[in-house]
Write a protein that binds this ligand. Sequence first.
Ligand code: GLN
Length: 190
Amino acid sequence: MKRVGVLALQGDFERHLAVLAALGRPGVEVRTPADLGRVGALIIPGGESTTLLKFFDADRWWGPLAGFARTRPVMGTCAGAILMASEVTHPPQPSLGLLPMTVERNAYGRQLDSFETDLKDHALGGGPLPAVFIRAPKILKAGEGVEVLARHRGRTVMARMGRHLALTFHPELTGDDRVHRYFLEVAANP
Ligand code: GLN
């Protein structure tokens, strides 16, 4: 399989590349739409979705990303998940619509702005899964065909539809590589 690309415009892309390298599967920085042609799967990291949207408009990412996602796997974390949703609220903003789900930005309020927790309700196996939430969104509703892979307090925080994965937390900050290994499996058998 071609290497996994990490969208390297803004946000936490370096830590994702570090996790992939530690797994013996070094990734590739994707900095221009043309770079998508060199990778077999893509990670859209957390960061600030509004900033990423400015890049998407300025450098004409929309068509190439939509085309890429039609046949290849994409994993979005936090801001990346916001960009993958079909509907964004608080406030509304454009998104790629790779999974039928509605996402509310900055949904945990000030006191819980950022927190770390161990997810017990998840499908990856191997016991509690550490997760870091940073100004995280909430998945308010998910449509038909969306598989829930992890929940926090009953609410979906990791979802899959076919070859696409969306999670509202940062898996690259915990030292636990299960989410990345899961995505590599998805990418190997999309
Ligand atoms: N609050 C950010 C946004 O709405 C996402 C935060 C993150 O990616 N950690 O884009």
